[in-house]
Design a protein around this ligand. Sequence first.
Ligand code: SF4
Ligand code: SF4
Length: 466
Amino acid sequence: MENETKNVTEATENTEQTPEAAQAAPAAEGPAETAAPAEEKTTRIPIEKLSPRQLLELDACTRCGECSNWCPAYDQDQREPLNPRGRAALFKDIISRQHGVFNADSFLGKLLGKKPVTDEEMQEFAKDLYACSTCMQCHFVCPVLIDTVELWERIRECVVDAGYGPLETQKDLVLKTKNYDNPWGQPRSSRARWGKMAKKKKRIKDAPKDISKKPAEVLYFVGCTASYDNNVEEVGINSVNIFDHAGVDFGILGNKEKCCGSVLLRMGDRESFKRICTENIEQFNDLGIKTLVTSCAGCLKTIKEDYAKFGKLNFEVKHTLEYVVELIKSGRLKLTNDVNLKITYHDPCHLGRHAGVFDAPRELLSLIPGLEFVEMERNRENSRCCGAGGGLKSGYPDMQNQISQKRVAEALTTGATELVSACPFCYQGLQVGIQAMDAPINMRDITELVCMALGEGPADEAEKKE
Ligand code: SF4
Ligand code: SF4
């Protein structure tokens, strides 16, 4: 969380706003909630939140241990409660002591020596439950195909309901998302500032149009991280330049854009997610767009996969890189400049394993002239997570740092000088490892390479800070 707050504070400073103003502005906007409500704890797990399939999945685990070999969190801290297998077994034990035929309150349960679930046990369980980046690797290697991440998120929901989640260090993200529509607690009124500043610095031709006033075919959904963190605002700037180059009729929601709500869902606050998701669906559907394009893997997975469970979308959802491949294939975008770099590509978990987008980034990279692309040993379905997702970075920053360093080390073995990804959150997450190792590799978003091939950039460091 410290790192996350620092990045956004820097963004605030570099967008000509004092930290004091940044703090004052949200208050002036009138937060919906000012403090976490007093917690009412109950050790009782509301198992009715789990589907019959999920209850069966807890039983289906054969304890083969395959997931243990792949889990990035367990790799850092080899305690059984962090192991996907161990987590499933622990949760099964808790609910069986509370709801089973031989539960701790029953005559037979007492006879068999079943103990009631204690407050301390619940606290420990919750602590370990949130030491997970929801990377989905365990699902991909599980021989009985347990839908693990759906299960972990639903268990988090139970734990939140019981008053044990999320962790103290993660509550801030949730509260700020609910109050300010972004996890960084930044004012809504400065959400589109990046575009205005980019125009002022002549990094883009024009600030993107407000789609709520001037309809367009494509909504570019910028997302919270690229909107507020100046370390990754390049992602928005590059996307705008690419769309302008191809003559795409697009717009943004600007200050009316809200967080996609991913952070709420991953933390187990399903009710708050439902609210933000329903409001977003209504707003998007009213725009009459054909396509929603986003450069963030987390936004893509949430809007494309999770929103569909709560409402109907009357448009298609694509990641920027998928959209760019289409622009190139239809002849609207021509990549003419050689990009003489040796790169390797990191599959964001929410784009790859979660949304199944593995081929499009590789196709795009193959269309960039001059590029030398080397795969890391672990790629596509088995890509090693950067550790930033699922609340792991805010709950366990040291663990995230270690996980990120492992990925960066893997990238270094390819001999690449550039580590490329397609998600502002991975960008931040991998930078943590690069900085910790002082690694001789540059972090880049895939849109940056496209812009280079269009002769559009990238900006040098001085230009970015101007
Ligand atoms: S989702 Fe990833 S971090 Fe979480 S338990 Fe599975 S493998 Fe481990
Ligand atoms: S891989 Fe699947 S079946 Fe095997 S221990 Fe892990 S969760 Fe259980």
